[in-house]
Design a protein around this ligand. Structure first.
Ligand SMILES: Nc1ncnc2c1ncn2[C@@H]1O[C@H](COP(=O)(O)OP(=O)(O)O)[C@@H](O)[C@H]1O
Ligand SMILES: [Mg+2]
Length: 214
């Protein structure tokens, strides 16, 4: 099933960032986007995940042109179907990790998966305040929070940036299992070529052009 179809995306801030980018992703597929810092990877992710309107081009998610949706449909799509994982975690700082998960699960009408917390190694520490957790622990709580929503499409922008290589690999395994179990898809921005190479497709952003390299 087609999850994402982007056609002829172009975007500029002060100067043109990229032009004529088209891509597609189906269920159970993963795509890595690589490229040097400042090449526009995060901007592309914001456009694909409905958070930024491109200067040109269209984005279809689950077969629907997202710019045809009304506000209510857009909120529903973001709340239930899209899982956004960014470098900074956006956890509620006054809460415990677990309370953050409860809020996310409640909003998406889902339940917290204890096995997921164990597999991320945060089943015990998540009861502490967010501010007491290390950067890597916060990152894993934010990954658990997003997966607790049971999204059909995951956008992960450097999701393992704060983790050592072994932990990053474990997190990637959790993502890949999730895609299989939930028939979902993932677009991943990473600097780590060994993680990128585990995705079905790899695209490189360079000089405003996105080229398929795997
Ligand atoms: N909201 C914005 N307003 C103006 N310029 C921006 C904005 N977001 C990103 N940029 C610029 O666009 C370029 C690409 O940024 P980004 O997409 O974050 O690249 P990457 O994720 O590949 O490092 C950078 O030069 C950045 O300063
Ligand atoms: Mg970035």
């Amino acid at each position: 099933m087609n999850l994402l179809k982007a056609t002829s995306l172009s975007h500029a801030f002060e100067y043109p960032l990229f032009k004529d980018i088209s891509l597609e992703l189906n269920s159970q597929e993963s795509m890595a986007i690589i490229g040097v810092s400042g090449s526009g990877k995060s901007t592309l992710m914001h456009i694909l995940s409905s958070m930024l309107v491109p200067n040109e081009g269209s984005v279809e998610l689950f077969g629907q042109d997202i710019y045809q949706l009304n506000e209510k449909e857009m909120v529903r799509l973001r709340r239930h179907d899209l899982g956004l994982i960014y470098q900074s975690h956006y956890l509620f700082k006054g809460f415990s990790g677990y309370e953050n998960l409860e809020v996310a699960a409640l909003m998406a009408n889902e339940t917290i998966d204890d096995a997921l917390l164990r597999s991320l190694g945060i089943d015990k520490v998540c009861h502490q305040k967010v501010t007491e957790l290390s950067g890597g622990q916060q990152q894993r709580v934010s990954i658990a929070r997003v997966l607790s929503k049971k999204p059909r499409l995951i956008f992960a922008d450097e999701p393992t940036g704060n983790l050592d290589h072994a932990t990053a690999q474990e997190v990637m395994n959790i993502f890949f299992n999730y895609l299989k179990e939930h028939n979902a898809g993932m677009i991943l921005v990473t600097h780590d070529e060994s993680l990128a190479s585990q995705c079905k497709y790899i695209y490189r952003m360079h000089d405003g052009i996105l080229t398929k390299v795997q």
